[in-house]
Design a protein around this ligand. Structure first.
Ligand code: ARG
Length: 267
């Protein structure tokens, strides 16, 4: 059960343990290196010491969409857009500090329900050849079982065990129905309506620790946020993602609600 509960602690503990042991778990599993700056809305969340710990998607020049379990506190966080090799300065990066973290009110760290967070930046990112905005799905829309989507991130892959993740990696995975994902030989009822699963029944391709917060993209839209799993690339356990389409209204209200209030002259 504890292995099902992927929390921020796991990420931090792993980052600290990276240098002292052979990696037992890999990160983007079974994928390949992405072309430079091909996923321009993908951002890296770094600790103030510069260590990558989660992914995210730029959904507005001032806002990043990520997982609630990536919350290490606004003071400890730095957001990097336009990144490709995560520990090397390439001249395309833009850096911003968070102003506020908005964690979904329903987020539950023991069930991972509503594992979604918006980060408002202190300064807007500049949209250019290396940085763009991520398109979101409409509220309540679904993706059919078997539909092939893409997940990307700076997590380790198994073959590079022990190395700090460097180059952005990406892999495609098909959507698994919630019924199948909830079956007794898989997640056994722990998948809520706010989650979607993706992976092959043969395993081998998956997101993994360190990819959290990053996008699962189907038909060019961010349908999922890397949230949790049980191991990585396990045939019995697909990756679990926050179902972004369930939160589209909350996202819009959070981002635009404050602006709309500002423009009401009688307030
Ligand atoms: N919770 C992990 C993280 O913080 C992500 C786990 C995703 N696991 C998976 N098998 N897809 O990075």
């Amino acid at each position: 059960m504890t292995s099902l509960l992927m929390c921020l602690c796991c990420v931090l503990l792993e980052l600290m343990a990276v240098h002292s042991r052979v990696l037992m778990q890999s990160r983007i599993v079974g994928g390949h290196t992405a072309a430079p700056n091909s996923i321009r809305y993908l951002v890296s969340l770094k600790s103030t010491s510069g260590q990558h710990f989660c992914g995210g998607s730029l959904v507005h020049r001032y806002w990043v969409l990520t997982a609630a379990h990536c919350n290490i506190g606004a003071e400890q966080m730095m957001i990097v857009a336009g990144d490709y090799k995560v520990n090397i300065f390439e001249g395309t990066e833009q850096y911003a500090k968070p102003r506020i973290l908005v964690i979904h009110p329903l987020y539950n760290r023991s069930t991972n329900n509503a594992d979604i967070m918006l980060i408002k930046l202190r300064a807007p990112m500049v949209l250019n050849k290396y940085v763009s905005l991520a398109p979101l799905p409409r509220q309540g829309t679904g993706v059919a079982e078997g539909h092939v989507c893409r997940v990307s991130g700076w997590g380790y892959n198994s073959l590079e065990g022990g190395q700090v993740p460097v180059t952005l990696r990406t892999v495609t995975v098909p959507i698994v129905s919630t019924a199948r994902c909830n079956s007794s030989d898989s997640f056994n009822g722990n998948i809520t309506a706010n989650m979607i699963c993706a992976g092959y029944s043969t395993g081998g391709k998956d997101a993994c620790k360190g990819d959290s917060g990053g996008p699962l993209v189907c038909d060019r839209r961010i349908y999922g946020v890397v949230s949790w799993g049980n191991g990585c690339g396990d045939a019995k356990f697909p990756g679990v993602y926050t179902a972004v389409s369930r939160f589209r209204r909350w996202i819009d209200q959070t981002i635009y609600g404050s602006y709309l209030r500002c423009f009401k002259p009688w307030r």
